[in-house]
Design a protein around this ligand. Structure first.
Ligand code: ZN
Length: 103
C-alpha cells in the first residue's frame, strides 16, 4: 500500500502514480538497512558485547588457526626449498604447544 503524499489516497503497491490526483508515487518501502555482517565481530569486541566464554573459545580458535598457519608456512617453505628437516622440529614444537595449551 502506497499513500499519496499530496492527497492521501491509498494506492496499490504496484501503482506508479496516484489514482486520484496523478502524482508520481514513491514506494513507501525503503530498502532495509543492510546489516554489516563483516563488522559484527569487531563491533561486538569494541562494545564488550561478547561474553567471556565465547571470547576464550574465539581466542583458542584463533590460536589453533595460528598454529595451522605456522605449520602450513613451514610446510610450504620445505616444499619450495625441498629441505625437510625444519618440518620435524616445527611439528614437534607445535605439537608440544598444542598439548600444553590443550586445544
Ligand atoms: Zn494523490
Amino acid at each position: 500500500m502506497i499513500v499519496c503524499n499530496r492527497c492521501g489516497k491509498k494506492n496499490d503497491e504496484v501503482a506508479r502514480s496516484c489514482e486520484s490526483c496523478g502524482r508520481k508515487l514513491q514506494s513507501s518501502h525503503r530498502p532495509a538497512p543492510v546489516e554489516d555482517s563483516s563488522n559484527w565481530l569487531l563491533s561486538s569486541f569494541r562494545h564488550g558485547g561478547i561474553d567471556p566464554r565465547a571470547r576464550v573459545s574465539l581466542q583458542r580458535m584463533i590460536e589453533a588457526w595460528a598454529y595451522v598457519a605456522v605449520l602450513g608456512g613451514v610446510g610450504i617453505t620445505c616444499l619450495v626449498y625441498e629441505v625437510w628437516w625444519p618440518l620435524y622440529p616445527a611439528v614437534g614444537a607445535l605439537g608440544l604447544a598444542v598439548w600444553l595449551r590443550r586445544i
